[in-house]
Design a protein around this ligand. Structure first.
Ligand code: HEC
Ligand code: HEC
Length: 325
């Protein structure tokens, strides 16, 4: 039976199945539980020495605390590991949105030479030799042997389950007026007002998935620097790499969710910004252009926000209210 959803801030306001590639991918608790097990299983990597949880650590809202993740050879990967909380609620995976959905994403990571260097057919063979896994897949999909799309689907289902919608902000919007502090309330008003954050981090997901239909997720050009000193421009083309002739998309990145942001430092696709203060300083000056970078296609307004120290602190406090409880 379909559960009643009273309003946008109800716990079950969003239907995660609207973000799957098709009907057979529909979410179930059973799939998520099996996905959880595999997420933590080193079997998914070539040398049986890392799992998804190596870089997506639950206590850090499924990030790894590093500026850039480490490859199997212990060198830096190109980008920062994003939070997986609420990753199910965006139409585009990875900072550059190179995959449409979570099912497509997992095969990319597993077979990536630097990340896990796993081979899906070898993994499937291992799964099909393991009595428990084999039985679990059979129970869900009723096929003789586990198949690639099923492995992708259970991992994706687990990630879809990582969206609790139980932060103090959610509580507050559902009517518990003591769930947020005065500073957080001021911060919220700045977030949707003077600081203009909500024109890209759309409420209530706080990512780039656009209301009211939530059918598309946006990327933006901020003009990010290599680090919080904002002295050197970061040359990562982002989505532009896949659209070389589209000027507007060069250096563009997906707008990520700000839910649980206090647990996921360092920040941005390159992990260059160590603290939320550094992030706020960047926005306050008008992004990359504000620091003198030549970013003709910057979509972030380059007009300084003129936020005071106290206002910046309030916004950072407000973002704490976005931590899941
Ligand atoms: C070596 C560290 C590492 C491992 C292991 C790893 N990831 Fe990631 N993950 C990353 C990095 C780095 C990115 C961002 C890459 C990019 O955007 O180019 C990422 C991105 C993602 C995303 C996209 C999230 C978003 O918001 O765009 C998902 C989902 C994800 N990983 C799931 C997984 C799953 C499932 C596994 C196991 C099969 C896994 N990861 C294993 C480092 C890792
Ligand atoms: C023009 C759209 C836009 C506006 C306005 C905007 N953001 Fe962002 N935000 C983004 C995008 C895109 C990223 C990812 C950029 C990247 O990594 O290259 C981002 C990243 C972030 C991050 C880091 C996220 C992470 O997981 O590392 C934080 C924190 C953040 N924004 C907070 C804010 C706050 C606070 C405001 C208001 C002062 C704001 N944003 C305004 C688009 C925007």
């Amino acid at each position: 039976m379909k559960q009643k959803c009273r309003y946008l801030f109800s716990k079950n306001a969003f239907n995660s199945n609207a973000f799957t590639p098709g009907k057979e991918y529909a979410f179930s608790e059973e799939k998520a539980a099996l996905g959880h097990q595999l997420f933590n299983d080193n079997m998914l990597s070539n040398n049986n020495n890392r799992s998804c949880a190596t870089c997506h650590i639950p206590e850090k809202a499924f990030t790894d605390g590093l500026a850039k993740s480490m490859s199997l050879e212990n060198s830096e990967l190109a980008r920062n590991a994003p939070s997986l909380n609420y990753a199910g609620y965006q139409h585009g995976q990875f900072w550059d949105m190179r995959k449409d959905d979570l099912e497509g994403q997992s095969s990319d990571v597993i077979s990536n030479k630097e990340e896990m260097h796993g081979d899906l057919t070898i993994i499937l063979a291992k799964i099909n030799q393991d009595k428990n896994y084999q039985a679990a897949f059979k129970k869900i999909y009723h096929s003789q042997k586990a198949e690639v799309w099923q492995l992708q689907n259970v991992l994706a289902s687990y990630i879809r389950s990582l969206a609790k919608f139980n932060s103090n902000f959610d509580e507050y919007m559902r009517g518990n007026k003591s769930a947020m502090t005065e500073s957080q309330k001021r911060g919220f008003n700045l977030f949707v007002g003077k600081a203009q954050c909500a024109i890209c981090h759309f409420i209530p997901l706080f990512n780039g998935t656009i209301p009211p239909t939530f059918k598309k997720t946006e990327q933006e050009v901020l003009g990010i620097a290599m680090n919080g000193e904002n002295k050197t421009f970061d040359n990562d083309l982002g989505r532009g790499k896949f659209h070389e002739t589209v000027a507007a998309l060069q250096h563009s990145f997906k707008t990520p969710t700000l839910r649980n942001i206090h647990k996921t430092a360092p920040y941005m696709h390159n992990g260059g910004y160590k603290t939320l203060k550094e992030v706020m300083n960047f926005y306050n000056k008008g992004g990359g252009k504000g620091f003198g970078f030549k970013v003709d296609n910057q979509t972030l307004s380059d007009a300084p926000l003129r936020l005071t120290e106290l206002e910046i602190d309030d916004i950072i406090e407000f973002m704490k209210a976005l931590d899941d409880n």
